[in-house]
Each structure stands twice: as C-alpha cells, then as structure tokens.
Design a protein around this ligand. Sequence first.
Ligand code: CTP
Length: 411
Amino acid sequence: METITLLQGKRVLLGVTGSIAAYKAVDLASKLTQAGALVDVILTEGAQQFVTPLTFQGVTGRAVYADMWQTAGDDALPVHIAHIGLAESADLFVIAPATAHTLAKLAHGMADNLLTVTALAARCPLVIAPSMDGHMYQHRAVQSNLALLIERGAYIIEPDEGRFASGLRGKGRLPETPDLLGHIRRVLGANGALAGKRVVVTAGGTREAIDPVRYITNRSSGKQGYALAQAAIDAGAEVVLISTIQHLPVPVGVTHFLVDSAEMMHDAVLYHIQSADALIMAAAVADFRPAQVSEQKIKKTSTEETPTLHLTRTSDILLSVKRFREEHQRPQVVIGFAAESQNLLENARSKRERKGVDMLVANDINAADAGFAVDTNRVTILSAQGEVHIDRTSKARIAEIIIGYLADMLA
Ligand code: CTP
C-alpha cells in the first residue's frame, strides 16, 4: 500500500473492543501503519478473547496497551500516566469495532478500563465504528447512546448491512478497511486547506449512444478524477463528483452523480457550478456523438450495406463554463485537462487560452506508463505562474499536487 500524505506521521489511537469483528481491526492497524501513521492500540479484555496484543504489535511495530494496571513493555508509557500520554499525543482516536457495552460506557462517561479512561482524557476527534448483531444495533438503548455521542461531537461510522456470524442478517457489520480508512481521512482532513470550499470534479470518458446497446467512448478510466476527489476530501473540501464510472469506489464523503453522455455531463456541471468555488474537468468528454441515435438496435439484416455513422459536435463544457463565469464570476477557479498525442506543450498552451481555464494539466497519451487506465501519470501543469513538469508518479500524488495549487489559488 502507498503512503497517504494526510496520514504521514499522524498519531492514531486505535481502541479495539470485544466483537468478532476485532480481527478486522488488525487489518486496519496494518493499513494505517503502511500509510504512514503511528498507531497505538488499546485492547479491552473482551477484545483479547478474539485477538492478541502480539498480533497488533506485529503489524504496528509499537507497544500495545492491553491492561490498565500493567506496563505494556519497555518502550511503553508507564502505567500511571498511560491514558494521559496516549490521549495527549493522539491526532485521532478510532474505536473499531465498538461493542454495545463500550458505546454505553462512552456515552455515560464511565471509565473502568484503559480505553474508556483514555476516551475521557482525549481532546482529539473521536471516531466510533459500532459493530454488533442487527437487533442489538437497532435497540433503543444503543440508538440513544449513539445519539448522545453524536451530540457531543463523535463521528459515527454507520455499520454495513449483511450476514452476521450468528447467521442472521441485518445492519451492524463493521465496514471493510478501505471504507474505515475513507472515514478516517475525512475526519483528519476536515480542517484542511479547502475546508468550507465546494469543489466539483468530473471523471471518466463519456458514452455517446449509437443505438440502445452500442456507444462510442474512449479509454479514460476515471482514476485521475477519483484521485482528485479523494485529495480534495483530504484537504477538507465538500466534493461533488460527476462521473461516467460505475466500478471505482467513490471516496468517502464525496457526493457522486453518475452521468452518461457529454450532454448529460454538460447539464450536470452547469447545474453544480452554481454553488461551487472550483471546477476540475478531468473527464474525457467526447467531442463528437452520433448525429442520430437509432431507437432500435441496428440489425445487420436491415440493410444490405454497412451503415455509415454520421457524427456531430457535442457541446464544449469548458466553453459553457467560461460563459457562465463571465456572467456570474464563479466558480473562482477552473482547472482543465488536456490529452495530447503530439506537440504536447504547444497544444496545451493554446488550449489553456482557448478554454479560459486558470490551470491546465497536460498529459502525453502516447506514453505507456502514464495517462489512460494506468495508476501512474506524468504531467505538465500550465498556469499564469508558469509551467511545472511532474515526472512519473502515482495519480494520487499528482492529485495532491493539483489540490495544493487549487488551495493556493482559492486562498
Ligand atoms: N472538454 C469539455 N467539453 C468537451 C470536450 C472537452 O469540457 N466537449 C474538456 C475536458 O474535460 C478537458 C479539456 O476540455 O478538461 C480538454 O479536453 P481535450 O479533449 O484535451 O481537448 P478538446 O477540447 O477536445 O480539444 P482537441 O480535441 O482539439 O484536443
């Protein structure tokens, strides 16, 4: 797993309680560590019936706290101040999985083990992921404890629906690690450079229908756009993602609108920029669409000859945005992309002028290790400040750099 800049060097306190889902907390601790966080784990007695301190020590490489009355080892904090030390150094306190019993104790300020004592001492944001049988989760006692915790500012990760170890089905399962990580990023990023800003991102290639089953599209995977949406969340923005993609996980916190054609994307963008501070057009919008869409599937028997497709131009979304901005002075910042197969810089420079964007991110689509469908990219960023070349790196890293520039431009 790649490091996540937002998590780099962050102190995450992970509290684990006695639920069968405790084994999933091992994966969470591991992924947080791989992402660059320093993870201190506190296990309740119940949790230790399912997983051992050694397991967590193995994945975090750090002392694990499993007993309020005994030191956790040579490199651990001494018993009498462990709760204060852990609470004071934490950037975030995550309790996953949280049982009904621990929720009740947290809601009522009870402090009978290291986890609950530390929760009282901590001043950092508290993230709680309840995990229990469906009927237990629906119980009014549990729901009112959750309501109390929310009222006091705790961030609750809603459990998933599905099958329980008991064989019953319902809502109460601990979400999978990527989901938990997404929530953690959302909370840690909340006060970032884009806090209070609304950003619209487009992603994916549009599909232009020929008949009910066929369409014209392009090779865009949407990965760069999704990475931008995640980076904007990491920076604390409110993010609207307008995409043609159905198979990529939508970053936690993002509002997603699925569109199909260039015309649909055009209308969605023009609607959402009315309340946006910035627009990032990472989508590969088709320039042409079939002039006529056949209502029925075109049959090979219906004509002797091979059919000819007549194409017509789609609307240029960025040009419509340019007109909108001239009239309404918003969004404040517009970033475009350029996919070029020749004369990259020359074409990109004139495209930036023509499209009226503040920043243009140009990529050379001929390179096999960058651009469409792969996880890496190599781009040149053109703006009024000049041109910056970014050598091959992950799309996530490129997204962070672009979001960094965006934050500067909006500041
Ligand atoms: N774009 C758009 N509306 C279109 C086509 C493209 O808003 N109908 C946006 C893309 O999202 C991208 C930028 O314009 O941010 C440049 O897209 P690109 O395909 O590189 O350029 P084109 O405008 O299509 O110009 P050309 O075909 O001449 O390269």
